[in-house]
Design a protein around this ligand. Structure first.
Ligand code: AMP
Ligand code: GLY
Length: 428
């Protein structure tokens, strides 16, 4: 079968890498892809948002399955468009993907179904938003309703910061239409965990847990990024947390979707905050996480294509998913300045040396070929994943590989998975 993966990040390289190992896949395309995906398949120069051109390519090349990476393609209705053209696709419809593309939709569904989440109000008028802030304890969290490239969440430490955030989103349209409406919610303290579930209507199957490291600098300091590294499993996620998650989140969520006649088929990725009161939902994503996928997929022993097929066909209950018991640690190597402005076109060295290391996988994100060399082409450049017997070994291996790769201005966090090393793996 021919498979098309849509997107160009480290997540998409990991999807291409894993799908290419399936015996049923004989050719794989990535649109638009990066230097890493071009080594495993064929890059197709169509942007992820050009749904019409992607569907045309899939039809002309007899693509048997298209797998969607990015949220904005889903929010734009790629799954609906492909389905209408009788093209097979992995990813939820536009209406179901509103769980991610509208924070107001997601929050109202959670409130309606009493799913544990931060107390919140939703607003379309900045005056009302400001009045609500008077009733809150600070810090508070101001969230743009729509997709804003992962930047639409502002933590306000006091009223002045909240007023500035509301003004920039709602009046000055910092995120365009995405910030016309906002959610304002109570700040939650605890630790974060990324859950990935294959959801097919009323059935779901949970994948391995992971933890992201969102801040740019060590010690969780600096600005938020798309994610600077990940570890799988999330070693503090206990069977008791799992039980509460399934009872208090999944059960009411699926009932809430059913009530609205929405069938979710695809990957659901709830971002959770584990607080003193238990697990609470921070947000729902409707696609694989980045860099979580680069830590999760190397631990997956089963055939990814079969699992995605079962999700689409509604046969998830027949699927058994096997995991490598080793831990995986992923360290993101970013361009100097990221998540702010950065330069591109810097040659990358050391990739060949690392490629031959056992248990180490380098996933490309912002890379491209230029004059016979691989150069940087984005903010997050590479995601280096290593497996190990326990987090300590995986971590040591990942950092040993990172140390061999060089490009001008490269920065990465030194403390990815550092807090997970001492925890008992038996929990997860
Ligand atoms: P979101 O896109 O909603 O996941 O928000 C991005 C990040 O902002 C999360 O990963 C958290 O680190 C942080 N965040 C979001 N909502 C809250 C909250 N209510 N309390 C504390 N931190 C939050
Ligand atoms: N790593 C967080 C995300 O993919 O949204």
């Amino acid at each position: 079968m021919k498979v098309l993966v849509v997107g160009s990040g480290g997540r998409e390289h990991a999807l291409v890498w894993k799908l290419q190992q399936s015996s049923a896949v004989d050719r794989i395309y990535c649109a638009p892809g990066n230097a890493g995906t071009s080594a495993l398949g064929e890059n197709v120069p169509i942007p992820a948002h050009d749904i019409t051109a992607l569907a045309k390519f899939a039809r002309q090349n007899a693509v048997g399955l298209t797998v969607v990476g990015p949220d904005d393609s889903l929010a734009a209705g790629i799954a609906d468009f492909f389905a209408a053209e009788d093209l097979r696709i992995f990813g939820p419809t536009r209406a179901a993907a509103r769980l991610e593309s509208s924070k107001i939709f997601a929050k109202q569904l959670m409130q309606h179904r009493s799913i544990p989440t931060a107390r919140a109000g939703t607003f379309s008028s900045s005056e009302e938003a400001l009045r609500f802030c008077e009733t809150l304890r600070f810090p508070a969290v101001i969230k743009a309703d729509g997709l804003a490239l992962g930047k639409g969440v502002i933590i306000a430490n006091n009223r002045a910061e909240a007023a500035a955030a509301i003004d920039s989103m709602m009046n000055r349209r910092l995120f365009g239409g995405a910030g016309a409406n906002v959610v304002i919610e109570q700040f939650l303290s605890g630790w974060e965990c990324s859950l990935h579930l294959l959801v097919s209507g009323a059935n779901y199957h949970m994948l391995a847990t992971a933890r992201d490291h969102k801040r740019a600098q060590d010690g969780d300091r600096g600005p938020n990024t798309g994610g600077m590294g990940a570890v799988s499993p999330a070693t503090d996620w206990t069977p008791e947390l799992q039980r509460r998650f399934e009872n208090d989140v999944m059960r009411p969520l699926l009932a809430g979707l059913r009530e609205q006649d929405l069938t979710f088929r695809g990957l659901l990725f709830p971002g959770m905050m584990v607080t003193a009161e238990g697990p609470q939902v921070l947000e729902f994503n409707c696609r694989f996480g980045d860099p979580e996928t680069q830590a999760i997929l190397p631990r997956l022993k089963s055939d990814l294509l079969e699992i995605l097929d079962a999700t689409i066909d509604g046969t998830l209950e027949r699927v058994r998913i096997e995991w490598d018991t080793r831990a995986a640690v992923t360290v993101v190597m970013a361009s100097g300045g990221y998540p702010g402005a950065y330069e591109t076109g810097k040659p990358i060295t050391g990739l060949d040396e690392v490629a031959v290391k056992d248990g180490v996988q380098v996933f490309h994100a912002g890379t491209r070929w230029e004059n016979g060399r691989i150069v940087t082409a984005g903010g997050r450049v590479l995601a280096v994943t290593a497996l190990g017997d326990g987090v300590t070994e995986a971590r040591d291996r990942a950092y040993a590989a990172v140390a061999r790769i060089r490009f001008e201005g490269c920065h990465y966090r030194r403390d990815i998975a550092a807090s997970a090393v001492s925890v008992n793996l038996a929990n997860s």
